[in-house]
Design a protein around this ligand. Sequence first.
Ligand code: PFF
Length: 477
Amino acid sequence: MAQARDQWGSRLGFVLAASGSAVGLGNLWKFPYIAWDNHGGAFVLVYLACIMVVGMPVMMSEIIIGRRAQTSPVPAFGELGHPRWAFVGWLGVASGIMILSFYCVIAGWSISSFVQCIKWSVSGYDAPANDAFGIFLAKGPLQLFLTATFMAITAWIVSRGISGGIEKATKILMPVLLGIMILLVLNSVSLSGFGEALRFLFNPDFSEFERHGVLEALGHAFFTLSLGMGAMITYGSYMKKSESITKASAAIVALDTVIALAACVIMYTVIFSFPEMKSQIGRSSVGMLFVTLPQMFYTKMGLGVLLGPVFYILVAFAALSSTISLLEVVVALLVDKLNWTRVKSTAVASGFIFFFSIFCALSLGASSWASTFEFFGTSDTGLGAALNNRFFADKQGFLALFDHFSANWMLPVGGLFITLFAGWVLSRKTSAEELDMVGPDGSTHWIFRTWLFFVRFVAPLGIGWIIVRVIMGEDFS
Ligand code: PFF
């Protein structure tokens, strides 16, 4: 039995919290580096198509399901459909656990970047050695400490409930984040690499596009919008009936996309303006947000001394509003299903997830076993090697494996079932009512009919087609 629901306090509460969930490390850290690894243009175009064709309709579907059911995903599917659909909710919980366990590790880096910036601002900038970031990653105890700190802050906020601090915090933080991003983009315009950065981002060259790119673009569309695992179902369950799901979804999707592209413009401009940056990024582009950007603050921007520390606080907050939503999915389940108190649920869930974080935190060089771990064994030949290639794109180490598998497989598969549920199990009447798109005579709005066509046919066929082709080993280039 669902208990009395907490609700977002203000009219904007849902949009702010849901954008807070969507805008995070996915936009600032992950998108710039995967778009870089996938050679820009063509990947960006495929990604934008995924956002429009799949992201927006699934976003609306999740919110409809949550607000209608007024409960967390596992019971929601049962209540609106049939208990056998509860597995979609469970899949989401598993994705949430997997994502949060590595997300906290990366979020922890923002704390150390902040501290580093403060040091530089106070006692002057001294350029880090080329391998400084790698050395930092391999410091096991430090990684564990940063991860634990981030997890503890997340748990503390989640334990305090929905309408408390987070809503107020996002109200201030989101505009400030946007303001700083605009400042950084304006600064980029004055640098020599700006034009090349735009060309890299927006000039598609499909000859460089690789098979995994299309799944990665789809997976990232889910990841960046917090879709496919029930986060938006959970947040939607706290949403007031008077708010428009369509408008809220459009606002979240637009904001998320603009911030991701702006992050790329800022970082690529630095890379193209200063050739030595390219060698810094070197083998791994993972550290872009934490390696490329600080250098720009302190060497190329007058106001960098001030903006540097502020920027990393914002990165930390952007990450925090996302980790909160990840943990909330698991906590809401324990509260709704087992009737545990919020505090107990939060303590148990965060402790359990931190256990997996330990493996991720040590997989960046601290433990060679954890850093080279491959799910199907480390042999270069045979079935194991083939499966490692197909499902994990040959990635190694817990953090990279969790990241790749959750975003590229679990979220799209979860999203596939969510669209099928919204399109075929939920009645037309229910979804049209939630979207507030039925006229007095029972006729529906064209936006509703378009949405229904997308969730019934376009999105499931698109997701299914990509998944099947990647499993079959097709090359998309
Ligand atoms: N959307 C977040 C980001 O882009 O950083 C990550 C995320 C948060 C994924 C919440 C899934 C989720 F449920």
